[in-house]
Write a protein that binds this ligand. Structure first.
Ligand code: URA
Length: 222
């Protein structure tokens, strides 16, 4: 499948991803264990997704001497856009790592019949000033059908964000979601910890981990 080999799709290969994925897949893990492993995975993925942020050199006075050092350049505004509600698991971690980033929530739920996203919240501004100098990281732990992801990417493109400045971060992905995004947005960077086997008829990732939102917020009926 060529789209899965798209060079803009990164499956982060790390023993700690494997370890924490095995924790969150387990239906018997408690909510605390689930959240902690989600946070650990989110940390690894956010670090990978921000690997190429531009730096700016400046001089700092240490207690000993002065030296040249680097900070994240302010040439770009950084936005984390969690897709509610499960995306909050990633944005909580992302805003710890980059506290000055803007968190712009987008809310969609999935129509259970059609599996199409239904918008209910959009905290993006009507218009961005200077959208070419904005980097947007869209956050959703589960890239399943790809329909919500597609709607979120389309929203930011419509507002003038450049595709090369957009990154989609998911913890677990299905081939369907990856294919939809890479077909329509071949230059979109996707960072994920694993591409699972398939989707079931209800749009859940298989083997997956169930409903990420329910498991994060303990609204899961066992
Ligand atoms: N959303 C989830 O939370 N889980 C899935 O398996 C698919 C979409």
């Amino acid at each position: 499948m060529t789209t899965l080999n798209n060079k803009n799709v990164t499956v982060v290969n790390h023993p700690l991803c494997e370890h924490n994925l095995s924790v969150i897949r387990d239906k018997n893990i408690n909510s605390d264990g689930f959240k902690n492993s989600m946070k650990r995975l989110a940390t690894i993925l956010v670090l990978e997704a921000t690997r190429n942020l531009p730096l700016k050199e400046f001089t700092v006075q240490t207690p000993i001497t002065t030296c040249k050092t680097n900070k994240i350049s302010d040439e770009y505004k950084i936005i984390f856009a969690p897709i509610l509600r499960a995306g909050l698991a990633i944005s909580d971690v992302a805003s710890e790592i980059i506290p000055d980033a803007s968190i712009q929530h987008v809310g969609m739920y999935r129509d259970e019949q059609t599996l199409e996203p239904v918008w209910y919240y959009d905290k993006t501004p009507v218009k961005y000033n200077d959208p070419e100098h904005i980097k947007v990281f869209i956050l959703d732990p589960m890239l399943a059908t790809g329909n919500s992801a597609h709607a979120a990417v389309s929203l930011f493109l419509k507002k003038g964000i450049l595709i090369e400045n957009l990154v989609f971060i998911s913890i677990l992905s299905a081939p369907n979601g990856i294919e939809l995004l890479t077909k329509d947005f071949p230059y979109l960077k996707i960072i994920t910890a694993k591409i699972d086997e398939a989707l079931n008829s209800r749009g859940y990732i298989v083997p997956g981990l169930g409903d990420a939102g329910d498991r994060l917020f303990n609204t899961f009926e066992k």
